[in-house]
Design a protein around this ligand. Sequence first.
Ligand code: 3PG
Length: 396
Amino acid sequence: RHIDDLGHVRGKRVLVRSDLNVPLEGTVITDDGRIRASVPTIQKLADAGARVVVTAHLGRPKGAPDPQYSLAPVAARLGELLGQDVAFATDTVGDSAKATVDALEDGQVAVLENVRFNEGETSKDDAVRGAFADRLAALADVFVSDGFGVVHRKQASVYDVAQRLPHAMGGLVAAEIDVLRRLTETPERPYVVVLGGSKVSDKLGVIDNLLGKADKLLIGGGMVFTFLKAQGHEVGNSLLEEDQLETCREYLRRAEESGVQILLPTDIRVADEFPRDNGTTSTVVPADQIPADKIGLDIGPESGAAFAAALADARTVFWNGPMGVFEFEQFAGGTRDVAEALTKVDGLSVVGGGDSAAAVRTLGFDENAFGHISTGGGASLEYLEGKALPGIDVLS
Ligand code: 3PG
């Protein structure tokens, strides 16, 4: 059920699970993309007169209160974006939460403290999770699932609570699923997938699934060194997952058999050590000649141009994971080349994942230049792997 099918919500307490897991430096939000993406659903409910109770997590605290993961700064930012006061409960289901929810008037919004401050949220024990979900559900009359970034988690505020309240899918989750469905069901061709980020092991399922579906697979980021090594090249001190070498060899073999083109970088930007500031000296070397004492930190300019060329005629693109350590200007070139190429795609371009979404924003790209910027990293990858998403399945 979609949020529009909920009927009258005036005066009702509506619990909204949002994904407000944003990067923070201290209490300063460095990228508020996920909060902004969560606003329309919250706004819509408030405008309709609901008493909106937002629940969300921040980081991975260990099931107990931990001040560095407080949602207080996030609640404040949400209030600014909504243009109205947002109440903040200093616990999730305790006295503060109850009092805060009781005090809400129609059209007002409250945020509950980090749901992961409670061990019941992420417990693997169904009974423990269920008991916590009971307390969460007691705060509301209706549940709206809008935290797309967490729908792959079988957690109390995502999964169990939906079994305890009348529920609906929020606009953000509906929009995200709609785009991902277009990627998996009827992608217009050529369909090009760009993968980066640090670990191959995070992307195994998706590579596996895409080898039969995409026309081209472009690989960069830290994960590329395991592929280069699998081809027999030295990678110096670059990131390497020894235990994935055989898997990478198999992917390269399968790609050849199935006619999927895997594009690896031909040049790499390297340095002596992991950068600590923008002053680190870097050089560009051929991808098959990385010196033993160097560490690869970005794809080189030749590769950036080749990736851009491979994207030029694409009609569908999915991109997950930066091409290099884009947080440092001298290693942002590859990520910038790919982002730039995506903005020119004539068709559907999807940026998936917290890191790549943050990358395009911190590199100064206009979000509207992309077809869709997903708020979900793990969630969108698991969808593309063809895995079931507990937070979606429970809604149907
Ligand atoms: C994310 O950042 O991908 C989501 O908020 C989920 O967070 P998690 O990986 O800690 O469950």
